[in-house]
Design a protein around this ligand. Sequence first.
Ligand code: FE2
Length: 340
Amino acid sequence: MRNVLDPVGVSTMDSYLVPRWAAEWKRIIDVVKGYHPYADNYAAITPIPDIPSLRDDLRSVAPSLADFTDRLESHISAGGCGAFVPELCLSDFDDNTRACLVYALAVCIGDPTQTDHKNRRVIWDVTPRKTETDYFPTFSEHDQEAAFHTDAQYYPVPEKYFALYVMKPASCYGGRSTVCDARALRHAIEAKNKRWIIEELHQRLLPFRVPSAFTTTQDSQDIQATIAPIFSDATSIRYRRDTLLDGLRYFPEYGDSDIVKALDAFDFELKNIKVAAEVFMPKDSLMFIDNHTALHARTAFVDRSRHLLRIRLQKDENIPIKYEMLTVKKLPTEAYDLIA
Ligand SMILES: [Fe+2]
């Protein structure tokens, strides 16, 4: 597994490095419950303002957890785009304790953010859901292939990191994950004398539609999109083809024939990318990704009991440009249906 992921910038961390859970788990859970009184149900954990205090307390009672998370993040700050832990050694705990320990691990690295605006959940269940016909589901809510994308690309400032932890993998061995460093992708495109694709998409403002679960208004008729570029100086990459094409249906003023040509050429390069690696994440594995640098994808699966946990983290960084999120009530145009 090391040989598969390391060449694309995702370091594999051996299980002997994981925190000494037996010595620290009770103290960790006590600290988490001190800040989140409802943590007996991990779905009830919502963002709190005093995350720095929680982080300090966790690091103080759980030094091996602090060491592990420092090491994990150092893989990325040293130039990588992620880290993979094949076995986090939490399988013997009950589901809620596993979720809370993964949450504690995440808190040691950054500030967990809410995923949806209705329940404000921090620990998001990535598992297929039934949806209404007019609902625009996101990848974490269905079982189809999820093409290369960055998370939360539809928000003005996407989170810096996200962690994916496997509660239960798909028994069909579907739902395989692929990771690609956007810097390597960019070099590969330029090496093929297709620099025009990058030039066309760099700093060009495009509309990424916000999926229904994550809109920030109460009205279900509202259509929202964040207007931001794919390649920018703020982040290496921001991308998801379906939210972008759907955004163009509602905000066609941001598109033209040059953009359509560049998007199709970019998508072709992504589908034929060589600088990417695919891995099946087994039960109890953890993937930690720099969401400003890496694209990730997932294959389809048929076992609808597949269940992962996802926590997104913001870091205290200065992102120089904050892009705008627009809200409208209108019908889609058909101008971009041909490329959808
Ligand atoms: Fe994703």
